[in-house]
Write a protein of this length. Structure first.
Lengths: 281, 362, 260
């Protein structure tokens, strides 16, 4: 419900409000921050959320915390006049208070497709008053995405690899991606086939379901802690040891934001992933 | 002063007033009230945004307009949060003390023995399945559904726990703790199933809620939680004497004119109500319910007549302190308050265990 | 005025503990319940105070027990349990005050000190209950009971003390102290019902003795009529004789000698 409201607010803003007014922008969500920097809007950005770790310069900015658990006073303390956010910022009570304080809050649409990225760029461009730059960036990104799509289109159906994205292996239990996720999106952009398609979102899997998914390749985020179990340990998990991926020791690790951000670098990321999966291009 | 002989005591003649911990407890109440008032002022004055309370007060007195920022920060952010803090802190501490009196054991705590988990299950159920309710009902009673469900969950688990761990008026500590673990995991498991069923939106609500935070404090939440918690605390003074007598055993309490069964029902009901709405408002916040009563018992003795009101005061003050840490230590971001209370409370709890190992082994 | 129980039976689980026991105690008397281990003495006392549910009718001062409100009973009778484990670190004074608050003299702040003095615990008020010896704890509990129902008569009605083995963990001097308190309470018009192990003390202080054996009454009446060689030998299962000084047994000490 909230999303629709914000989307509506967004379209209203886009036409009615001259967005040039925004001088102090709080950027929430890694991809939004990346887009703002790519559009050359970084001089207006005064704070970010925890997920905004690229470009490196963004990490210098004050961090208002995790986007789903924003503290109202924390946000007010950086004194923004505009908040641009990926979908899913919260909690609702915080957003309510920010609205009362007269801060414009714009939530940009999120969908994990090539078109979704272009829409996102356009929305961020409108929000920060750089529509022309957005059109330019959008064209470049579209160009890159098309070229990746053309390359991956050459892979014959029969040679497409089944890719299993694993979010975490905490306690030996595998949390993997189904459909309608950034992971699902990037796998298909890279010409792979998601090995798990019978549910939406990220879920904890039973070992047998993982075996049955029979992935050719395992994809993970390149991070410390429980997100990055060493390969030997990972491939020895009962759920995985029987899969083709374990046989060929095919584990791909990539930076989380790069891989799943669905921002300006996604075409790059898709290409890099395709190269890692198929070894060519 | 009657019959206080000087001969048998290791200490010299004692004045009645020194013997009477009720007097010390009443003095402590005054100190705690002052501390609470101080904590309120500090919490109102400090925060990430640097908005000045004094500046705003000055304007109010001189009749000048407050800025939007001042109004929002003080009136919409800090004040409702302070009130919710006081309510929840008092509810957790008093519930802990009542539960300990009821189970005749200083280790019983709603959070530790699965009552919090039961309330949590109720809350999660209402978040995930709430969308199945008719839309008209949701818009009218939407804000009450989660607290009510949390209450039912908390009540159910307290009743089950009491039935399992108490026999003939004596509570087996080991059984209580084990049953609490089992209840907690059961509630956790069912919660897990519900989380699995949740859609993305609900999942977001759940994640936030499970972390235990006061960042979502609103006037509305205080208005819902306030009456229930205040009634539960006021009600608990009614059975304070009963809980004291219960310390001698159920039979002894009955012979002292306590309607034991009725009192136990009332106590369980009030614990569940206070814990339920507190958990619904802020998620799980641990250790307040065990540390506050324990510290007070050390200071002024186990008399529930003074323990319960003092626990309310100290619990509120402690949670205000924890919240101040939570919202300033990594500002502008915020540390979930559950983490702060756990860091402060868990060592104290371990220390209690260390000193009272015999109690658990019984 | 009496405590009267008619045809009490009591079953716990599948085991019948009391079988058709009728019991009468008069105000102004010390009534003792005696009998071997497992004969149902304590159970009978618990049935008489409705701590355990039994079948049969119990009247106190001529009124059915179930017709009293809990607080009415609390000001009319007090019950001393065998042993009390306290859940929290109360001081002696606080324990005695719990009894005070439950009785009709709640407004008298000096009473706990008087009662502690009567059980020979002067100066113990500030000590922690849990740190006392078993015998001291037992006397604290008696003081608590006396603070609740300290006066033998109230508004012309007798009050009652129910004591479950009140002297079991006391030394002989304190046994006598406690029995004297019971004796005095009865002499002043109150009723005392005590479960007793010590037959000598029973013989010294009881006006009325009720002998239990295997859940049934094995005799009731005055000390002289009930504590007979035959009955005691049969009930306790060993040859016993009353009032006989055995020859050549060396040293023996009777509590009776303290009174003489």
């Amino acid at each position: 419900m909230r999303h629709i409201a914000f989307a509506a607010a967004l379209s209203l803003m886009a036409t009615a409000t001259p967005m040039l007014a925004a001088e102090r922008i709080l950027s929430i969500g890694g991809s939004v921050t990346e887009i703002i920097y790519a559009l050359g809007g970084e001089d207006k950005v005064i704070a970010r959320d925890t997920t905004s770790s690229y470009p490196v310069a963004a990490e210098e900015l004050p961090d208002v915390g995790y986007m789903r658990a924003l503290s109202p006073e924390g946000v007010l303390s950086v004194n923004p006049d505009l908040i641009v956010s990926e979908a899913g910022a919260g909690p609702a009570e915080t957003l309510e208070v920010l609205k009362k304080a007269g801060i414009t809050f714009i939530e940009v649409p999120d969908s994990f497709t090539a078109d979704g990225i272009l829409e996102k760029i356009a929305a961020v461009g409108e929000a920060i008053g750089k529509p022309a730059e957005a059109v330019k960036l959008s064209a470049e990104v579209e160009n890159d995405l098309t070229s990746v799509a053309e390359k991956t289109a050459t892979i014959p159906e029969t040679e497409r690899k089944r890719v299993l994205f694993i979010l975490s292996t905490r306690g030996g239990r595998i949390m993997a991606s189904g459909t309608n996720t950034a992971a699902d999106g990037i796998i298909s952009l890279a010409g792979g086939v998601n090995a798990l398609t019978d549910f939406e979102g990220y879920k904890l899997m039973t070992d047998e379901a993982v075996s049955q998914a029979a992935p050719d390749v395992i994809l993970m985020m390149d991070r410390g802690g429980d997100h990055g179990a060493p390969n030997d340990e990972l491939l020895a998990l009962p759920a995985i040891v029987t899969t083709p991926a374990a046989e060929t020791r095919s584990v791909i690790r990539m930076d989380g934001l790069y891989l799943l951000g669905f921002g300006p670098r996604t075409a790059d990321a898709a290409l890099a992933l395709a190269q890692k999966i198929y070894g060519t291009f | 002063m009657v019959a206080l002989s000087e001969t048998e005591l290791p200490s010299p003649t004692q004045d009645i007033k020194q013997l009477d911990r009720r007097i010390i407890a009443r003095r402590l109440s005054v100190i705690l009230m002052a501390l609470l008032a101080l904590a309120v002022v500090v919490n109102l004055a400090l925060g990430a945004s640097g908005t000045s309370l004094w500046g705003a007060l000055g304007k109010l007195i001189s009749g000048a307009e407050l800025t939007t920022m001042e109004r929002v920060v003080l009136w919409d952010i800090r004040l409702p949060r302070i009130i919710l803090c006081i309510l929840v802190g008092a509810a957790l501490a008093v519930s802990g003390a009542v539960m300990q009196g009821l189970f005749r054991n200083p280790l019983a705590d709603p959070g530790l023995v699965g009552v919090g988990a039961g309330a949590g299950l109720g809350a999660i159920t209402s978040i995930v399945l709430g969308s199945l309710l008719p839309v008209g009902f949701q818009s009218l009673f939407g804000h009450y559904v989660t607290p009510a469900a949390a209450f039912v969950g908390g009540w159910g688990s307290t009743l089950i726990l009491y039935r399992i761990s108490t026999r003939g008026g004596r509570t087996s500590v080991a059984t209580m703790l084990l049953a609490g673990i089992a209840l907690g995991s059961l509630a956790g498991a069912v919660s897990g199933i519900l989380v699995y069923m949740a859609d993305d939106n609900q999942l977001r609500d759940l994640t936030f809620w499970q972390m235990g935070s006061l960042a979502g404090a609103t006037w509305e939440k205080s208005m819902i939680a306030g009456p229930v918690i205040l009634l539960a605390i006021a009600g608990s003074t009614w059975f304070a004497h009963g809980l004291n007598c219960l310390a001698l055993g159920e039979a002894a309490a009955a012979h002292m004119g306590i309607p034991v069964q009725r009192m136990k029902n009332a106590a369980i009901f009030s614990v569940a109500a206070a814990t339920g709405v507190a958990v619904a408002a802020t998620g799980g916040i641990g250790f307040v319910g065990i540390v506050v009563p324990h510290v007070l018992r050390l200071a002024t003795g186990p008399d529930h007549g003074t323990l319960l009101p003092n626990a309310a005061l100290l619990g509120a003050t402690l949670l205000l302190g924890a919240d101040l840490i939570s919202r300033t230590i990594i500002a502008p971001a915020e540390l979930p308050i559950g983490i702060v209370t756990a860091v402060l409370g868990a060592p104290v709890f371990l220390w209690i265990l260390l000193k009272r190992r015999g109690m658990v082994d019984q | 005025m009496t405590l009267h129980a008619d045809h009490l039976s009591l079953t716990i689980g599948k085991k019948q503990i009391l079988r058709d026991v009728s019991f009468t105690a008069r105000a102004g008397e010390v009534s003792a319940i005696v009998g071997p281990n497992g004969s149902g003495k304590s159970t009978l006392l618990k049935a008489l105070v409705a701590e355990l549910p039994s079948t049969g009718d119990i009247t106190l001062n001529g009124r059915a027990l179930q017709d009293y409100k809990p607080w009415e009973l609390a000001s009319l009778r007090a019950v001393l349990p065998q042993a009390t484990v306290l859940a929290f670190p109360f001081t002696v004074l606080e324990v005695v005050r719990l009894g005070l608050a439950a009785g009709p003299d709640a407004s008298n702040p000096e009473l706990p000190f008087e009662m502690l003095s009567r059980v020979d615990l002067d100066g113990y008020a500030g000590r922690y209950y849990q740190e006392l010896s078993g015998g001291e704890q037992q006397r604290v509990q008696l003081a608590r009971v006396l603070a609740q129902v300290g006066r033998p008569m109230r508004d012309g009605h007798p009050c009652w003390l129910f004591l479950d083995e009140p002297v079991s963990s006391l030394d002989i001097a304190h046994q006598l102290t406690v029995m004297e308190i019971a004796r005095q309470f009865a002499s002043d018009g109150g009723g005392v019902i005590a479960v007793m192990h010590d037959l000598n003390l029973t013989a010294m202080y009881a006006d009325h003795v009720h002998v239990m054996a295997e859940g049934q009454t094995a005799g009731a009446g005055s000390v002289a009529t009930v504590l007979t060689d035959a009955r005691l030998s049969q009930v306790y299962g060993c040859p016993l004789r009353t009032g006989v000084v055995p020859a050549d047994v060396g040293v023996f000490v009777l509590p009776q000698t303290a009174r003489a």
